[in-house]
Design a protein around this ligand. Structure first.
Ligand SMILES: [Zn+2]
Ligand SMILES: [Zn+2]
Ligand SMILES: [Zn+2]
Length: 178
């Protein structure tokens, strides 16, 4: 399997015409990776809905059980007296666009229009909220987008984290079909 590698947009543009660029290509850029981590840092590395943080596979027990772990933060250390927080869920933080604007790169949005959410809350947001796509910067002509049913509009597939960083192959990470 090819290892997922972030590249500068300009490098990808050397290999592909602009019209052939997919949203997955845009999510594979160093530009997106840097913007994304800026948003996650702004949100203190937590899901804004439930407060969860990223964790990693800690160990795998024969069968369907996997255990995920992360270091406790100061508050947890103080009140829970734990250094490590275990979970049966793999928590992966996503950065959610509250709306889209046609033709904009994913890292060109106002920071206010983005939020950090764990993959579970992110799926819930897309399940319950309509996401609009605007014609232009002035937020004119909004249309409700048709969600990709594979990733429920999130653009990511948690269970395929080890392939393409989880970018949905149903919609190429766009989350929408149109
Ligand atoms: Zn959450
Ligand atoms: Zn989203
Ligand atoms: Zn999808």
């Amino acid at each position: 399997m090819k290892k997922f590698e972030y590249k500068k947009l300009s490098e990808i543009q050397k290999e592909k015409n602009d019209s052939d660029l997919t949203y997955a290509d845009l999510l594979s850029t160093i530009e997106w990776r840097e913007f994304r981590s800026k948003i996650i840092n702004r949100d203190n590395g937590k899901c804004l809905k439930c407060g969860e943080r990223n964790n990693q596979l800690a160990w795998w027990i024969d069968g369907p059980f996997e255990v995920f772990a992360r270091l406790a933060d100061d508050v947890e250390k103080k009140y829970l007296r734990e250094d490590i927080i275990l979970s049966s869920e793999h928590i992966i933080l996503n950065v959610h666009h509250k709306y889209y604007i046609k033709g904009k790169y994913p890292w060109e949005y106002e920071q206010d229009s983005l939020m950090t959410g764990c993959s579970m809350c992110h799926t819930k947001i897309h399940d319950t909220e309509e996401i609009l796509i605007y014609e232009n910067e002035n937020l004119e002509n909004p249309k409700i987008v048709t969600k990709c049913n594979k990733c429920k509009g999130t653009g990511y597939l948690n269970e395929y984290q080890y392939h393409m960083n989880g970018i949905c192959f149903g919609c190429n990470g766009k989350g929408i079909l149109n």
